[in-house]
Design a binder for this molecule. Sequence first.
Ligand code: KG4
Ligand code: ZN
Length: 353
Amino acid sequence: MMKHQDLSRQIIGTLRHKDSVLVLGIESSCDETAASVVKNGRTILSSSIYSQIDLHTVYGGVVPEIASRAHVEKIDVVVDLALDDAGITLEDIDVVAVTCGPGLVGALLVGVSYAKALAFAAHKPLIGVNHIEGHICANYLTHPHLEPPFLCLVVSGGHSHILSVTRDDEYRVIGCTRDDAAGECFDKAARVLGLPYPGGPSLDKIAQEGNFEALVLPHPHTQGRYDFSFSGLKTAFINALHTMDQQQKPYEVKDMAASFRKAVVSSLVEKTMMAAEDLKAPCLLMAGGVSANRLLRKTMQEECDTRGITLYMPDLALCGDNAAMIAAAGYRKAMRGQFDDLNLNAQPALRLI
Ligand code: KG4
Ligand code: ZN
């Protein structure tokens, strides 16, 4: 039997000679079942997403068991749809890429098992993709000529990191959250305000109409110059609401949402700009679900313009979980010969660095 390394070399040789390399991406790490076909790591031929929002709304958050079951029910349909929309069959696919972590273990296992079966049955190379790397790679789909090096702010439900990306696969953590992630905080704040799940987008929407000066919140302090801390802010916000409720002081939900959003965004922008200035970064990327936040996009753009820094953000449709970003990351791994074999497993706590 051919050794894995030799096989990788053989596949990479074949792929490099092709004009068009088609990667099928599969994503099932949380509450979205998604599949996508991407050409040469840059062009989306199809992207199908089945969102489980309706299933989890009644519980106010993602229920892991329900998520896994829904992935099992939908993955087949979603993959077929992605192939149909791209006008191709499984035969035409060059590589199968799948999110293998981080995420909910049961949810990840559905995608990983499906991708392994598909790759085995159709004799296609398999690649496991780190979900966070996928979020970063969403930018390659929106900005066709983008290449590292760059500084990157990753803000999602579980991550708030400033990374220095010198090359594909070469990440250095410049700063990170000391406690909660920004997305997690938005979700919690939305919940205490009685806003519907998913909290972050709901809070962002209502905050557009609110007065951000209505509630004064503490400015988070951290020891690390580029680190974030959101748990103190979150607690101060919840306490302020409780106090107003107890004292029967009226307040507008939209004003509270605007004040909270402003505090989180200010902290994200301030620390990122400090890192960008200190490291003399010519360009900055944003990635992850929270990069859809309207105030964050606007403020970051203004601050980057002032400093002459080029800002890259994914299209709004590519900020949240999707499979096109997994296919884009898979393509780059394929071109580096980083294939997996059928021992690929779900890694719920997979780290980028
Ligand atoms: O990247 P993502 O889709 O999933 C993870 O990998 O975690 O991020 C989801 C997070 C959730 O916490 C969600 O509330 C937050 O991103 N989010 C937002 C917005 N859209 C999504 N937070 C603030 N404003 C938004 N517009
Ligand atoms: Zn995500």
